[in-house]
Ligand binder design. Structure first.
Ligand code: SF4
Length: 352
């Protein structure tokens, strides 16, 4: 167990966690919404420090990050727990594990056992070990992913600082609920982020994710203000967030911030507690791509399907194919030093 930096002590042995926008006030023995930050005798502890529930070496395109060191590998890791409760979560077996455990222990009136029980879900993987694997394997970046990274902030923060010293980049795959304090601390070490903008309806966020839309929108604006490279993903779920007007609102919001932000519209597959919705049709994704382009976004991609035309990066000026993609097959064709090799247009992204 590890004492976090993102929290404050309150009266009556309570604490407030400041890692994410929930700002949980946590009483003795209890944990915050994410289930991995626990109050023990008036001090907060991160229960999953050094405990990776899942890790892998992935293509960077899988995050998805399309304008970030294309064609490279990324060391990816996550812990148990999450600050959202999305009923369509595709990693629910780790993201919701701590909540299920918390409910069980509360029922048994043994909340103090959370630390011992949660730590059983992870493999020991220290920040030093992660960076060592990347150095030895010549892996240029680390992704904090699979579950919401901000809940294990101190683990990733220590890893990021070590990685930065070795010229290894750090990226988040996030639901966009980071507190400003967390983002400001991470700014020197965070090279990229993919944020899920799951819907433009507060009702969707409240009912399906147990969160609030306005906080996600604030985070997106803040990340842009801080100058951290950002891409945005929307999982398009039939009947839930796939109306023309909702997709247009999302596209217009992103476009209003910066037309260079890539928008990934991805296909949904039924999972976890959302098994009533269908798989997203290709025609729906094509509609979303058109809406994104019409709103002025320069880079809109269809995801979770094989569709070379809508996966590849084209120059927004002369339309030459810069990066050809087919699934995780990536070929750099006309991109040179971050510019189109045909017309010299500057292409936004992190290229080297
Ligand atoms: S990180 Fe966890 S404990 Fe902290 S505010 Fe968010 S949900 Fe609450």
């Amino acid at each position: 167990m590890h004492e976090p930096i993102l929290y404050k002590k309150l009266d009556s042995n309570k604490v407030v966690c400041t890692a994410c926008k929930h700002k949980c006030v946590i009483g003795p023995d209890n944990t915050g919404i994410c289930g991995v930050r626990q109050n023990k005798n008036g001090k907060l502890y991160l229960l999953v420090y050094g405990k990776a529930a899942s890790f892998n070496i992935d293509p960077i395109e899988k995050k998805p990050l399309y304008h970030f060191l294309p064609g490279t590998k990324v060391f990816s890791l996550g812990t148990v727990g999450c600050n959202f409760a999305c009923s369509f979560c595709q990693n629910w077996d780790i993201s919701q594990a701590s909540k299920e455990l918390k409910l069980k222990l509360l029922k048994e009136k043994k909340p103090e056992l959370m630390g011992v029980e949660v730590s059983k879900y992870g493999y020991d993987l220290s920040p030093e070990k992660i960076v060592d694997i990347c150095v030895k394997g010549k892996i240029p970046s680390i992704a904090y992913t699979y579950n919401e990274p901000i809940i294990f902030f101190e683990y990733l923060y220590d890893t990021s600082k070590l990685a930065h010293k070795k010229n290894i980049k750090n990226v988040f795959v996030s639901n966009g609920y980071e507190s400003d304090d967390a983002l400001e601390l991470m700014k020197p070490y965070l090279n990229g982020i993919n944020i899920d903008l799951k819907s433009f309806s507060d009702e969707f966020y409240r009912k399906i994710c147990r969160a609030e839309l306005k906080h996600v929108l604030e985070t997106i604006k803040k990340v842009h203000e801080l100058g951290i490279w950002m891409e945005i993903t929307t999982l398009v779920i039939p009947g839930k967030n796939d109306s023309d007007s909702e997709l247009r609102k999302i596209a217009d919001f992103i476009s209003g911030i910066d037309k260079n932000i890539p928008w990934h519209v991805s296909a949904f597959h039924p999972d976890y507690r959302m098994t009533d919705a269908e798989i997203t049709r290709h025609t729906t994704l094509h509609k979303a791509v058109k809406i994104g382009r019409k709103s002025g976004l320069k880079y809109v991609y269809a995801g979770n399907i094989i569709d070379e035309d809508n996966e590849s990066t084209r120059c927004p000026s002369c339309k030459a194919v810069l990066i050809r993609r087919r699934g995780y097959l990536v070929e750099i064709e006309n991109l040179k030093n971050g510019k189109c090799a045909k017309c010299n247009e500057k292409i936004a992204g992190v290229w080297g």
